[in-house]
Design a binder for this molecule. Sequence first.
Ligand SMILES: C[S@@+](CC[C@H](N)C(=O)[O-])C[C@H]1O[C@@H](n2cnc3c(N)ncnc32)[C@H](O)[C@@H]1O
Length: 196
Amino acid sequence: MRVRDSGMPDEAYWESLFDPAGALDGFPFLRDSTKTSRLLELGCGYGTFTVELAQRFAGEVDTVDIDPEMVARTRKRLSARDLKNASVFQGNFVADDLPDRCRDYDAVVLFHIMHLEEPEELIRRILPRIVPGGVLAFLHWRPDRETPRGPDLGIRPTLGDYQRWSRQFALSQPVVITLHNCPHHFAVQCQKSELS
Ligand SMILES: C[S@@+](CC[C@H](N)C(=O)[O-])C[C@H]1O[C@@H](n2cnc3c(N)ncnc32)[C@H](O)[C@@H]1O
C-alpha cells in the first residue's frame, strides 16, 4: 500500500519549497560520516535527498520507492553525477517488501512519509534493519501551521508523536534539528538503543 497523500507535484516546484542541502546540514549524524557506512532512505521521490546524501557521504546509500517513475528518475540523477555509492530499488516499505540486502544500516532517513496510516508499524518493521545505536532521521512539513504543500495538519507528525514513538521503541529522546532555508519543515533525530 502507498503512503496516503504521497503523490508528488512537479519536480521543480517540489524542490523550490525547501533546500535539501540546508536541511541535511542540520543533522548531527551526517556531520561525522565516518560513523555511518550504510544508510537507507525510505521513499526517494525524485531523488532530491538521495543525490545530496550520496554526494556528502562516502558509504553506501540505499533507497526504496514504490513508484517506478521515481525509481527511474532517481537512478538517472545519480548516474548523471556519476554517484556509484547509491542504489535505488523498487519496493514497498509499508509491506516490508525490501531487498535482502536492506539490513545493518547505521542510519535510516524517513523524509515526508511519517503521515502514513500506521507510523508505529513502520518503525517496528524498520528497527531490525538498523544496527544498535543507529540513527532514525525524520523530516516533514511542520505540523503547527499551514505550508505551501503537505498532508492535512491533523496527520503530520508532531514532537509529541516522536516522543511517544521514542518511548514505545526504547529510542533516545528526539533531538530537534535546526534546518537551514527550510521554513516549512520540522525534523528530529533519534537513536536506536545500543543494547537492542
Ligand atoms: C512525499 S514523497 C517524498 C520523497 C522524498 N523522501 C523527499 O522527501 O523528497 C513520498 C515518496 O514515497 C513513495 N512511497 C509511497 N508509499 C510507498 C511505499 N509503500 N513504499 C515505498 N515507497 C512509497 C512515493 O512514491 C513518493 O516517491
